[in-house]
Design a protein around this ligand. Structure first.
Ligand code: GAR
Length: 197
């Protein structure tokens, strides 16, 4: 079975959703790596006996030094795909020039609302639709090639309802995209590292 490594920083609901839907069925979640020793996702991953690695970014002198250590941890597992699920770190070229097979989910219809507080900014906008995007990770924050998106038509939801609708879309879309990438025998994207199959 092909292996994935999941990176996360906080609550870990996407992490748990991916584990529940795909682990030991379509693929193996070889490890879950977090930069936050207090992340709720740590307990979620442990419930399924997924190896969890905590790499506290505060222990590093620079973003580059952290990224170098992160890359080494990831490579240990030789993953077919690296899945960022609420991983709240700005990545440097140390990461993006080495790890070419990484995808991210962002809670907006990119290229709109890149970066932090995307949900709040999308909510405050005049847009009549809102949605989520899965994209390849590149050197530009939330700027890599878009793989897929899902959206809904807004109906005067309050912020809490708006956020819940976005998360529901994430829980449907992300496992579907991961499944498709893992299943494809000759990936159309140049980003996939064939040696990691
Ligand atoms: C998700 O909504 C994800 O799209 C977002 O963080 C949340 C993590 O929730 N990611 C970003 O904003 C990345 N720029 P979770 O920890 O419960 O999966």
């Amino acid at each position: 079975m092909r292996r994935i490594v999941i990176l996360f920083s906080g609550n870990g609901t996407n992490l748990e959703n991916i584990i529940q839907k795909l682990h030991q069925k379509e693929l193996l979640v070889a490890a879950a790596i977090t930069n936050n020793p207090k992340a709720k996702g740590i307990e979620r991953a442990k419930k399924y006996n997924i190896p969890v690695e905590v790499l506290d970014h505060q222990g590093f002198a620079s973003r580059e030094a952290f990224d170098q250590a992160l890359v080494e941890r990831i490579q240990k597992y030789r993953p077919h795909l690296v899945v960022l699920a609420g991983f709240m770190r700005i990545l440097t070229p140390v990461f993006t020039s080495t790890i070419k097979n990484a995808i991210n989910i962002h809670p907006s219809l990119l290229p709109l609302f890149k970066g932090a507080r995307a949900i709040e900014r999308s909510f405050a906008s005049d847009m009549k639709v809102a949605g989520v995007t899965v994209h390849w990770v590149s050197e530009e924050l939330d700027g890599g090639k878009i793989i897929d998106q899902a959206c809904f038509h807004r109906e005067n939801e309050d912020l809490e309802e708006f956020e819940a609708k976005l998360h529901k879309l994430e829980y449907e879309l992300y496992p579907k995209v991961i499944h498709n990438i893992i299943r494809s025998k000759s990936p159309s994207s140049p980003h996939i590292n064939k040696s990691a199959h």
